[in-house]
Write a protein that binds this ligand. Structure first.
Ligand code: NDP
Length: 472
C-alpha cells in the first residue's frame, strides 16, 4: 500500500494540521518505506469533535445494526489478509507466516467474535425493583503499541464500537501503516462518519493530547507500564476512565513430573515468538533443582532452531526487533545479565553472524538466574529467556509471584489438578495449563502493575459500558 498523507476523520481522509511526517522504517534493512503525518493537538481535537458528533446516533443504533457493521468489518479485514500481513512484516519485522496468523487472521477473528457476541448480549438486567441498563461510555481514546499492531487495535476499537462508543485511535509511531489499512476496512464496512477516527502521530504529542482532551470519556491504552502510569495520572485530572494493558514478566513454572522436553520447547518458542516482543511472554522459566541442568540443555537445543533472518523470506522464524532503540535496550539487558553473574548459555549482546544491518538480536538463554537479578525482574521485550532454579513448590510460587507484574504464565505438571492448584495461587491474569491454547474470547489483562481492566470477549465489551439503574 501507499500511505495516506492525511488523517481519517469524520468518514474521510482529511489533510493533517501540519506537514510534519513520521518516517516508517523496515527494521530488517533499516530503509525508509513510507511516511505518515505527525498529528498534532489540532488533529486530535478535530477527531474528537467528529467522534462526539457521531456518538448520539451510534449509541442509538440497535445492537443488530452494530453487529452487521462489525461483521462487514471482519469481512473487509479478511479480504485484506495478504496486504495486512505483508505490511506488518515490513513495518514491524514479524516473519510472514506469523504475521498472517497473529496480525491478520486473529484480528479478523476477534472482530467477527464481537458480531456474534452482540447477537445475544443483554444490555439491561433486572435487579430487584430496578432495571439496570448498560450504556456506552462515550468517546474512547485508544492508544496502541507496535508489537501486535492490528490485534491491539481490534481488541480495543471493536468492542468499543460494539458497545455503542465512538473512537479516536492513535496507533504506535512505528506501525502506522496497518492502522491506515484498518481505517480503510472500517470505511468499506459502512460505519457512519465519525464513529471511527484515526490520528497518526507521536505519543508525547498526539497521544498526550488525546488523554488530556475533555471530549474523551475513556482512554484505553496498551504499552509500557511507565507510560501507562503517566496516562492514568493525566486522565485523573478530568476523572476519565482508563483501561491499561501494560507490561509483564510472566513465569513458566515447570513442576516436578512435567513433560520437561515439551515444557522447555514450548517455553522457548513462547519467548522467541515475535522476537520476544510480547507482553504476555513467559520470560522466566522456573525449573526444580533436580532437573535444572537437563532443562538448560534442552533450552539451548530448542533455541538453536531460531536463526535470525529476513522476515519476508520463507522459513525465517526470528525477525529483527522493531527499531534501533529496542535493539540497543535488549542488548543492554543482556550485558546487564552477564554483569550481574547470570550464565550465558546461548546468544549474547553481539549482532548475529552476518547481520550487521537491521535491528537483530541473538536469541539468548541465561542459566543460573536468581530472582533478584534485573533480567528476572524487568520486562526486556526481546528474545531472552531466564532460567531460574527452585528448591520446592513454595519457593517456585514465591518466585513466580515475586515481580511487580502479573499478566500471564504457564504451569506444567503430569497431575493436572496439581497444576491447577498452583495456577490458582499465581497472582496473574492468565495461566496456560500444560500448553493450553490461546483463547481469543477469554478475558485478557493484568494484575498488579500489568494493568487495569480486561480485553477480549464479553469482559472486553463490558469495559466500554457504564450502568444506569432505574427503580420501579
Ligand atoms: P510506549 O508505552 O511508549 O508506547 C505505547 C503507545 O503509547 C504508543 O502509541 C506511544 O506512541 C504512546 N505513547 C507514548 N508516550 C505517550 C504519552 N505520554 N501519552 C500518550 N501516549 C503515549 O512503548 P514503547 O514503544 O516506547 O516501548 C517501550 C517498552 O514498553 C518496551 O520495551 C516494552 O517493555 C514495553 N511495551 C509493552 C507493551 C505491552 O504490550 N505490554 C507494548 C509495547 C511496549 P509512540 O509510538 O509515538 O511512542
Amino acid at each position: 500500500m501507499k500511505a495516506h498523507d492525511g488523517m481519517y476523520i469524520g468518514g474521510e481522509w482529511r489533510p493533517a494540521a501540519t506537514t510534519d511526517v513520521i518516517e516508517v522504517v523496515n527494521p530488517a534493512d533499516e530503509q525508509v518505506i513510507d511516511a505518515v503525518p505527525a498529528g498534532t493537538a489540532r488533529d486530535v481535537d478535530a477527531a474528537v469533535r467528529a467522534a462526539r458528533a457521531a456518538f448520539p446516533g451510534w449509541k442509538a443504533t440497535a445492537p443488530a445494526e452494530r453487529a452487521a457493521r462489525i461483521a462487514a468489518l471482519a469481512g473487509s479485514l479478511a479480504a485484506r489478509r495478504d496486504e495486512i500481513a505483508a505490511t506488518v512484516t515490513a513495518e514491524l519485522g514479524s516473519p510472514l507466516p506469523f504475521a498472517e496468523m497473529v496480525s491478520a487472521d486473529l484480528p479478523a477473528g476477534v472482530t467477527a467474535s464481537y458480531a456474534e457476541l452482540l447477537k445475544g448480549y443483554e444490555f439491561s438486567e433486572r435487579v430487584g425493583n430496578s432495571v439496570v441498563h448498560h450504556e456506552p461510555v462515550g468517546v474512547v481514546g485508544a492508544i496502541t503499541p507496535w508489537n501486535y499492531p492490528l490485534h491491539q487495535i481490534t481488541a480495543k476499537v471493536v468492542p468499543a464500537l460494539a458497545a455503542g462508543c465512538t473512537v479516536v485511535l492513535k496507533p504506535a509511531e512505528d506501525t502506522p501503516l496497518v492502522a491506515q489499512l484498518f481505517a480503510e476496512a472500517v470505511h468499506e464496512a459502512g460505519f457512519p462518519a465519525g464513529v471511527f477516527n484515526l490520528v497518526t502521530g507521536l505519543g508525547a504529542v498526539a497521544g498526550q493530547a488525546l488523554v488530556e482532551h475533555d471530549g474523551v470519556d475513556l482512554v484505553s491504552f496498551t504499552g509500557s507500564t511507565a507510560v501507562g502510569k503517566g496516562i492514568a495520572a493525566t486522565a485523573a485530572a478530568s476523572v476519565k476512565r482508563v483501561a491499561l494493558e501494560l507490561g509483564g514478566k510472566s513465569a513458566n513454572v515447570i513442576l516436578p513430573g512435567a513433560d520437561l522436553e515439551r515444557a522447555v520447547k514450548a517455553g522457548v518458542a513462547n519467548v522467541m515468538a515475535n522476537s520476544g516482543q510480547t507482553c504476555s511472554a513467559w520470560t522466566r522459566m522456573l525449573v526444580d533443582a533436580d532437573r535444572y541442568d537437563e532443562a538448560v540443555e534442552l533450552a539451548v537445543k530448542a533455541v538453536a532452531k531460531y536463526v535470525p533472518g529476513d522476515p519476508a523470506q520463507p522459513g525465517t522464524r526470528l525477525g529483527p526487533l522493531v527499531n534501533g532503540k529496542q535493539r540497543d535496550r535488549v542488548r543492554g539487558y543482556i550485558e546487564r545479565g552477564v554483569a550481574e553473574g547470570a550464565r550465558l548459555v546461548a546468544g549474547g549482546p553481539e549482532a548475529p553472524d552476518g547481520l550487521t544491518t537491521g535491528y537483530y538480536v541473538r536469541p539468548t538463554v541465561f542459566a543460573d538466574v536468581t530472582p533478584d537479578m534485573t533480567i528476572a525482574q524487568e520486562e526486556i521485550f526481546g528474545p531472552v529467556v531466564s532460567i531460574i532454579r527452585y528448591a520446592d513448590e513454595a519457593e517456585a510460587l514465591e518466585i513466580a509471584n515475586g515481580t511487580v507484574y502479573g499478566l500471564a504464565g504457564a504451569v506444567w505438571c503430569d497431575d493436572e489438578e496439581k497444576a491447577v492448584a498452583f495456577a490458582r495461587r499465581m497472582e496473574t491474569g492468565q495461566v496456560d495449563i500444560n500448553g493450553g491454547r490461546f483463547n481469543p474470547s477469554a478475558p485478557f489483562g493484568g494484575w498488579k502493575q500489568s494493568g487495569v481492566g480486561r480485553e477480549l470477549g464479553a469482559h472486553g465489551l463490558a469495559e466500554f459500558l457504564q450502568t444506569k439503574s432505574l427503580q420501579f
